[in-house]
Write a protein that binds this ligand. Structure first.
Ligand code: GRF
Length: 189
């Protein structure tokens, strides 16, 4: 079982996953990290961990259709079985999703179905909910709508700030995601 991580930004979840992987906690092989942003910090992190990287942009492929086609071909060439989205800021195309039935997971920083979209932490904070959290889910063609695999709640305390909430959410993500992948990959093999 070969898995790829798709990410667009900082890559702190990648870091948590690769740490678990290096400790021998995850089944399967971490084949590569792909980013649609050539200057994303996650690519630097991957190189530090000697994980192969691939990157190209939508623009390089003349738009979304060409980009998705190139991405799917690259994943096929690399014989990838499972996709792990970790801060990948694009919506996957239908063909790509169909190529990995039950084999694409994502992490979202809220208790879905509440607060989907780009700003899950801020939206929950500004709404004033007292409990938010983290969701790991399978990816379908909607935005943050696939079947939920695991969730963990995070309390928003009386004197919470957006910064302190972000820190708490990320701490939970970094424990929850590797733990869920450990279970899923053990079942997939
Ligand atoms: C995380 O909060 C994740 O839930 C969301 O994007 C963020 C990625 O952070 N999908 P990082 O790049 O892993 O640091």
């Amino acid at each position: 079982m070969r898995f790829a991580i798709l990410a667009s930004g900082n890559g702190s979840n990648f870091e948590a996953i690769v740490t678990a992987y290096e400790a021998g906690d995850l089944h399967g092989e971490l084949a590569l990290v792909f980013s649609d942003k050539p200057d994303a910090y996650v690519l630097h992190r991957a190189k530090e961990h000697k994980v192969p990287t691939k990157t190209f942009t939508v623009k390089e492929h003349g738009g979304k259709a060409g980009y998705e086609k190139a991405l799917l071909q690259m994943l096929k060439d690399e014989q990838i079985d499972y996709l792990v989205l970790a801060g990948y800021m694009r919506i996957l195309g239908e063909e790509l999703i169909a190529a990995f039935p039950e084999g694409i997971v994502n992490i979202h920083p809220s208790l879905l179905p509440s607060f989907p979209g780009l700003h899950g932490i801020k939206d929950a904070f500004e709404y004033g909910v007292k409990i938010t959290g983290v969701t790991v889910h399978f990816v379908d063609k909607g935005v943050d709508t696939g079947p939920i695999i695991a969730q963990e709640a995070v309390t928003i305390d009386e004197n919470e700030t957006l910064d302190s909430l972000e820190t708490k959410i990320h701490q939970v993500e970094h424990k929850l995601y590797p733990a869920v992948l450990k279970r899923l990959f053990a079942e997939a093999e």
